[in-house]
Design a protein around this ligand. Structure first.
Ligand SMILES: *Cc1c(COP(=O)(O)O)cnc(C)c1O
Ligand SMILES: [Zn+2]
Length: 415
């Protein structure tokens, strides 16, 4: 069975057959969406065929994915996804919410949500016999491509801004990919990587460029569907899902996942998607609040490096995802992000700034009356706190240093 029918341009709606290997629309350069053969899937599968599989990774959804099984059993490529879902009583109480879940994407093999996209793009790369995979990245997409490629001995080239957090650069190097640091920002690394891919015939994983990334990211929607919507009784109100937004590919992918489930008749109502941007990197949220469909680039400046983007590469689709799902956007300050890192940390969940941004968005939405006590809420923590300890240390006071004596200890404790 063909796993997908073709591509559809998000702008001019032209459809292209699956036999072509496309990144963007040949007519207008816009992003493409993968058309899944939902009619065939619907005929061949029922919900129980999916949820009864004992594959505890995103590959449990293989029938709904546009790639073949890439192999790689026993490697991190086969351990991506199926991330844990927490419901910390302390956070529920602090926020006054009856139903709150945190989905911890920091538990993916390389520590971020990006593993989902990289896994699917690598599967695609294997299928089309790509020799070299390449991506530009603020760090996480690169680490994901480098780590999961290493797992199955695929060659990877990663372009990242030289200012990326050291832990992310260390990951790239340790995974053995070819790492090229660019004296510029993410946007300049992006442009260079696309040019290099075109000239050298490399297969590009770039976010908001390769249409298969959203197909990986949609698997988080499938897991939320299975772990929350099917299991917990949330049908009294639509589920609200908080997602941090940089390029806008995660929120677009999650929207696509829920749309696939609606098309299959496996989901009753679209969850509401609340996109959270940093105040200093809010090009998509700005368009939303200006009721405009034109996304004007900004000069991005935020502590949350993973969502620091001048020109969002999947902005149109992200805007559509929020509007179509009757969600909203939120803009949070760096201080709110740091506070959120501490709140999550005190519940045992260590998040990087971009991951905590989603939680900061939730606290703001509650303050603004956009979320009520009986709304069921999922917050996605998109990245592990160990990715950026420099930022984490800004959120807390330094630990005291004492002499190794009981006297000094008593003095300190009595203070
Ligand atoms: C990439 C990333 C995001 C944002 O995803 P986009 O697709 O760029 O919107 C959020 N959090 C983390 C940790 C990321 O790595
Ligand atoms: Zn087009």
């Amino acid at each position: 069975m063909n796993k997908f029918l073709g591509y559809r341009c998000l702008k001019c709606k032209t459809e292209y057959p699956f036999t072509q290997n496309l990144y963007t629309c040949p007519k207008d350069g816009s992003n493409l969406e993968i058309i899944i053969d939902t009619a065939t899937i619907r005929r061949k599968y029922e919900i129980s065929d999916i949820v009864s599989r004992n594959e505890e990774s995103l590959w449990r959804y293989l029938p709904l994915l546009p790639v073949k099984d890439p192999g790689g059993e026993g490697t991190p490529l086969h351990m991506t996804g199926w991330t844990p879902l927490y419901s910390p009583p302390a956070l529920r109480q602090a926020l006054g919410l009856k139903s709150l879940w945190i989905k911890d994407e920091g538990r993916n093999p390389t520590g971020s949500f990006k593993d989902r996209a990289s896994a699917i793009v690598i599967a695609r790369g294997i299928e089309i016999k790509a020799e070299v995979l390449v991506t530009a990245s603020t760090g996480n997409a690169g680490a994901a491509l480098a780590g999961l490629s290493a797992a199955v001995a695929q060659k990877a080239v990663i372009f990242a801004p030289k200012t990326a957090p050291p832990a992310k650069i260390a990951q790239l190097l340790i995974y053995g990919s070819q790492v090229i640091l660019v004296n510029g920002n993410y946007d300049s690394a992006f442009d260079l990587s696309v040019e290099a891919a075109n000239q050298f015939g490399w297969y590009s994983r770039n976010t908001g460029y390769n249409p298969f990334t959203a197909e990986g990211k949609k698997t988080a929607a499938f897991e939320i569907w299975e772990q929350v919507i099917l299991k917990e009784n949330t049908s009294h109100k639509p589920l609200i899902v908080f997602v941090s937004v940089g390029d806008g590919n995660i929120i677009s992918g999650i929207h696509k996942g829920f749309q696939d489930l609606l098309a299959l008749g496996w989901l009753e109502q679209m969850p509401r998607l609340f996109g959270v941007q940093a105040e200093g990197s809010s090009a998509i949220a700005n368009a939303y609040f200006n009721h405009s469909d034109v996304i004007v680039p900004v000069k991005a400046d935020t502590i949350a490096d993973s969502i620091s983007v001048d020109l969002p590469r999947d902005g149109d689709r992200a805007l559509h995802a929020v509007i179509d799902s009757k969600g909203t956007f939120l803009k949070v300050s760096d201080q709110m992000i740091l506070d959120a890192i501490v709140s999550l940390g005190n519940a045992g969940i260590f998040s990087e700034p971009a991951g905590a941004a989603a939680y900061a968005g939730l606290t703001q939405a509650i303050e603004q009356g956009k979320v009520n006590a009986d709304d069921p809420v999922v917050v996605i923590n998109t990245g592990n706190g160990l990715k950026d300890v420099r930022a984490a240390m800004k959120a807390v006071a330094p630990a005291p240093v004492i002499e190794p004596t009981m006297l000094s200890l008593r003095e300190l404790l009595n203070k």
